[in-house]
Ligand binder design. Structure first.
Ligand code: 4NP
Length: 156
């Protein structure tokens, strides 16, 4: 069993969408029994909330259901997850600030490390328009495919 945790700032826009996309890819590839997927935010602003309606809408367009409720990343997540994926460099810094040792640190990656089209941050779509969510969906789908390939081929 491999457990993957996606982490953004609020856990309402990017990471719940990444979670839904990866769950769907895993299902499509017939790998459901091998994985546990979850998401969290580094901030506490939105604890308990459903995903942003714009993330839910872009998910629906692609037949992806987003059931997640926002929660905050905690140190105990280093014990619960094998792979921790930050959406941007700021999320990554905030996660690493909670790491206790090099073993914790080694679990942390950035989402676009798995993007065949480039590196950098998954942009935060919260303050933008709906098209930002479509662009983020396309980027997350590319990255989730790359991430799943990396895990399946023991490249992580
Ligand atoms: P997320 O987007 O990190 O992708 O969930 C954000 C959601 C909320 C806020 C910022 C980013 N906020 O400032 O409330």
């Amino acid at each position: 069993m491999t457990s993957v945790l996606f982490v953004c700032l609020g856990n309402i826009c990017r990471s719940p969408l990444a979670e839904g996309i990866l769950i769907n890819l895993i299902k499509t590839r017939g790998l459901t029994a091998k994985y546990t997927i979850d998401s969290a935010g580094t901030a506490s602003y939105h604890i308990g909330k459903h995903a942003d309606p714009r993330s839910i809408a872009v998910g629906q367009k692609h037949n992806i259901h987003l059931p997640s409720r926002a929660r905050q990343f905690t140190t105990s997540d280093f014990d619960k997850f094998d792979v921790i994926i930050a959406m941007d460099s700021s999320n990554r810094r905030n996660i690493l600030a909670l790491a206790r040792n090099t073993e914790d640190e080694a679990k942390v990656h950035q989402m676009r490390d798995f993007d065949p089209n480039g590196r950098g941050d998954v942009p935060d779509p919260y303050y933008g328009g709906d098209s930002g969510f479509d662009d983020v969906y396309t980027m997350l789908l590319r990255c989730c495919n790359g991430l799943l390939d990396a895990i399946e081929h023991n490249r992580l």
